[in-house]
Design a protein around this ligand. Structure first.
Ligand code: 9YT
Length: 169
């Protein structure tokens, strides 16, 4: 049975910035990895070292994107998220993570998270297929793949609805 709505509940949803979200419908987005398989939200990298299912994107306008990524056993991927912050939680497999700014190495296994809060250049070397869930802020818009530096371009503010960045003047 649905629970009663508390009297002080907000009348409408708000954005991450506390502003009312326009066009809000009182529905919950439910989406499975199976729904995403082989759609536009499923990106296989040009490098051939990873694939990513983009579960939540900029167009959802919630301030972040949320992905499931698999990096393949025996590969090496060097990345530099110059325009994004990324958090990564390993859910399956094992990999060595190197901070290419410092040379420091970390072993990442299920239950371990790493956070690139300083746009650090880094490399992942999975020993086995490495499955992780990732959050990007600002959100990716859909088809991003690494350029020659392992970077994604920044999204246009309009793409993810940041009211602070889209205000006139
Ligand atoms: C762990 C990592 O950054 N892998 C590269 C793909 C990225 N997570 C994505 O989903 O776009």
């Amino acid at each position: 049975m649905p629970s009663a709505r508390p009297p002080d509940a907000p009348a409408a949803s708000t954005t991450p910035y506390g502003e009312e979200k326009k066009g809000f419908e009182r529905t919950v987005i439910v989406r499975s990895l199976k729904d995403i398989e082989n759609t536009d939200r499923h990106v296989r990298s040009k490098s051939g070292t990873w694939e990513s299912k983009r579960i939540v994107l900029a167009k959802e306008k919630v301030g972040f994107s949320f992905h499931e990524t698999v990096l393949y056993a025996g590969t090496e991927t060097s990345m530099w998220y110059a325009n994004h912050i990324e958090a990564v939680l390993c859910v399956e497999g094992e990999a060595e993570l190197t901070n290419d700014e410092t040379g420091e190495a970390h072993w990442i296994e299920p239950g371990t998270m790493y956070l690139l809060d300083g746009h650090e250049r880094h490399t992942l070397r999975p020993k086995t297929d490495f499955r992780c869930v990732c959050v990007f802020n600002p959100p990716v818009t859909g088809r991003e793949d690494h350029d020659e530096n392992g970077t994604y371009p920044p999204p246009e503010p309009e793409a993810w609805g940041d009211p602070k960045l889209t205000e006139e003047g």
